[in-house]
Design a binder for this molecule. Structure first.
Ligand SMILES: Nc1ncnc2c1ncn2[C@@H]1O[C@H](COP(=O)(O)OP(=O)(O)OP(=O)(O)O)[C@@H](O)[C@H]1O
Length: 715
């Protein structure tokens, strides 16, 4: 048998068994799709952090900057569409879609139904389009008019669906954002339902941990962007999946399963090129968000400290700082823009034009080749088939359905690493990965901080044997009526051991004066007392947090009315529940000689930025009025009278003690000594003395010391 005969026999065999070959190819294709989809979406093991950072370093400029500027001083979050991303995303999904019966699940369900409905309409429109053109080619007036009528009728559900789709998608984004914001706020500022608010995460995040530089930006901006991307990605992924199913069905109907095989080979080659050229969009997004956060932070500092900066004439320096941040943004955005530009060219060239031509060629198969088992068509029939196929290739949204279809083919045909590597969905996915990394960094850091796990750069002395031992330790905090520190080290968040072991007590009515040089740890003591800093050793006995009030040198004035300043953190309802009226508040203000402020500022409900409209002394007096309103068991006064006259200071101290408030005072003013019975004196070298305070004797000694010093100067 000659070669020619053998080929003829083979093709005869093929033609006679073609339905079987077709079925086998279709089944093999379906199995391949299922297998690769499974591999693509199942998370792969995450690489070790060391290999991550090595990878990150190799990625050039962007990553390097991230390390310098940022959030991730030590560990920049890795951003890629990989197993880690799916792991992070699934953790967040558990928050945003808490159950199958939640509002979000319902919205998602509605969204999916609308997507299916839209695709069904697209199919119908594609077929109708073919019929209209065929009736034109065949010059059939009646059929043409009937089809036009159908066209107009189908427009009603089509427009309705599109409008609903965007409505539901936006609702979904808002619902995700609300869930996430609520969860973050619960962790950040505590939750009343969770018991006492002693997490103080908002403080610890800023002071005890280096990982997050600007949580404000993450909570306000990044969560919103993440939610929008998440809501959009579903449509962007679900639509092509639906479309590829229909497209493949249509394709195998029209050109046979062989068409799929040809397509695969062509697409594989061009997609390999695109895959190699796709820039790391996810990392770009994360870095953009981070740079924008830093820029905003620098500006908000400028606004917050405008007065100080203005007095110092610090405009030039501040301008330089702001410009430096902005230059960083511009540099990064320029890099991204130029990469997006050339990637856009390549993408359009390959997706729209190259794959477009593949599409046209595939559509042409039934026209130029007579497929076995398919009857020959007239001109109208061929036109109808071609127009229908071509319309199917164009999605109703104007994007190329064909591109999507091919895009998904690529994902299925390539190995799982290629999942989401290319094109539209990849860009969307990788941007989502960027925001996912930011949101999970926030959630993970908050969870760590709540557990007492901090990541902070330590001072060099922290590594000495003795200090390292202190840092490894943990102390105990017990509730008690008195304040009692037993062998408690005072350690700053960056591991600087200020005092190795401190012991003192304060009993109700035994006012304590704390003195010592600057930076020796006087205020740090209060931070431990307030539960802000961890206890590294010993035992701290203290009353619950609501029995303390702190008045620092520059007191906090909240956003709100004049009344709110005095009753903070109470609300007006809390105040009324305690049976206190505005007239009682006026009496309190009279104690600090501030009663005229109510009239001056326009009543109790006047609202403004109080920090800017009150003098430093008035701010301190308002803080004292707050103390008299709350009447706690203990008051912590940290240079709280530094800006008020001495006679006023005396009156305030007397009033506080007459209300039964025990004072813990840090002050350099000898005039305050007489109000205290105990003294805790730091020597600034890591030592201290805790003893009874005899104010008269101390004053006499102080005077004697000053006289001797004056004499010494004379000598
Ligand atoms: N959030 C923080 N992170 C790291 N170190 C801190 C932090 N807050 C304070 N420190 C450091 O702790 C040390 C003690 O600060 P602290 O405020 O207790 O001093 P102080 O005795 O009250 O001084 P002053 O009289 O000047 O107010 C200082 O060296 C300070 O730099």
């Amino acid at each position: 048998m000659s070669a020619k005969d053998r080929i003829a026999a083979l093709s005869k065999f093929y033609v006679s068994h073609r339905p079987l070959v077709q079925r086998s190819l279709n089944i093999a294709f379906a199995l391949y799709v299922v297998h690769n989809t499974y591999r693509s979406i199942s998370a792969r093991p995450t690489q070790s952090p060391s290999s991550d950072s090595a990878k990150g370093k190799g990625k050039g400029k962007g990553k390097g900057k991230e390390k310098d500027d940022g959030e991730g001083v030590k560990k920049a979050p890795r951003v890629a569409v990989d197993g880690l991303f799916y792991q992070r995303l699934s953790n967040i999904l558990r928050i945003v879609i808490p159950s199958i019966r939640s509002k979000e699940a319902m919205l998602l369900c509605m969204h999916s139904s609308l997507l299916i409905f839209r695709t069904v309409i697209s199919l119908y429109v594609a077929a109708l389009d073919g019929k209209i053109v065929a009736s034109l080619v065949r010059a059939q007036t009646g059929a043409f008019l009937l089809n036009i009528l159908k066209w107009l009728l189908v427009a009603i559900p089509a427009t309705w669906t599109n409008s609903w789709l965007s409505y539901v998608q936006n609702k979904l984004a808002l619902a995700y954002r609300t869930r996430l914001t609520n969860e973050v706020m619960k962790q950040y500022l505590g939750d009343e339902d969770d018991g006492p608010r002693d997490g103080k995460v908002f403080y610890k995040l800023a002071n005890l941990d280096d990982r997050i530089k600007n949580p404000d930006q993450m909570i306000t901006h990044d969560i919103q962007r993440f939610s929008n991307h998440l809501a959009a990605i579903y449509a962007n992924l679900a639509k092509p999946v639906l479309d590829v199913i229909l497209y493949n069905y249509q394709l195998s109907q029209n050109v046979g399963a062989e068409g799929l095989v040809i397509l695969t080979v062509l697409v594989q080659a061009s997609a390999a090129l695109l895959r190699a050229l796709t820039p790391p969009f996810g990392a770009y997004t994360a870095l953009s968000a981070q740079l924008a956060g830093s820029f905003r932070h620098t500006h908000s500092r400028l606004a917050s400290f405008a007065e100080e900066i203005a007095f110092f004439g610090g405009e030039e320096t501040e301008k330089m700082l702001v410009e430096r941040e902005y230059a960083g943004i511009v540099e990064h955005e320029n890099t991204v823009l130029s990469r997006r530009w050339w990637f856009g060219c390549v993408e359009e060239g390959v997706v729209k034009w190259l794959w477009g031509s593949f599409g046209l060629c595939i559509c042409a198969i039934p026209v130029f080749f007579r497929l076995p088992g398919v009857s020959s068509l007239d001109l109208g029939g061929r036109t109808e088939g071609f127009v229908t196929n071509r319309r199917l290739l164009l999605s109703s949204s104007g994007r190329y359905l064909y591109s999507f279809a091919l895009h998904y083919l690529i994902q299925f045909f390539f190995d799982a690493d290629a999942f989401g590597r290319v094109l539209y969905s990849y860009k969307d996915l990788s941007e989502l990965a960027g925001y996912t990394a930011r949101v999970s960094l926030l959630l993970d850091t908050m969870a760590d901080v709540r557990k007492g796990k901090f990541d902070k750069a330590l001072v060099s002395s922290a590594s000495t044997e003795e200090n390292a031992k202190i840092l490894r330790g943990r102390g105990q905090t017990l509730e008690s009526d008195e304040i009692h520190f037993e062998n408690v080290p005072i350690v700053t968040p960056n591991g600087d051991v200020l005092l190795k072991s401190l012991s003192f007590y304060v009993k109700p009515g035994q006012h304590l004066l704390i003195v010592g040089p600057n930076g020796c740890g006087k205020s740090s003591l209060f931070r431990i007392l307030g539960g802000l800093w961890p206890v590294y050793g010993g035992v701290v006995r203290k009353p619950p947090a609501d029995q303390f009030i702190l008045i620092p040198q520059r007191p906090y004035l909240s956003l709100g009315t004049l009344r709110d300043q005095i009753i903070y953190p109470h609300s007006r309802a809390d105040m009324e529940a305690r049976g206190i009226l505005d007239s009682d508040l006026l009496d309190i203000l009279a104690v600090v000689h501030m009663e005229q402020i109510v009239e001056r500022e326009g009543g109790w409900d006047a609202s403004r930025e109080w920090r800017e409209s009150l003098s430093g002394g008035d701010q301190q007096k308002i803080a004292w009025a707050r103390l008299f309103y709350h009447q706690p068991k203990y008051a912590v006064l940290d240079e709280a009278t530094s800006l008020v006259p001495t006679e006023m200071e005396g009156m305030m101290m007397d009033h506080a003690t007459s209300l039964g408030i025990t004072l813990l005072t840090v002050s350099h003013r000898p005039s305050l000594w007489k109000y205290h019975s105990m003294i805790l004196q730091y020597d600034g070298q890591g030592g201290y003395v805790f003893t009874k305070l005899d104010a008269e004797k101390r004053l006499a000694l102080q005077q004697e010391k000053e006289t001797l010093e004056a004499k010494l100067l004379d000598v």
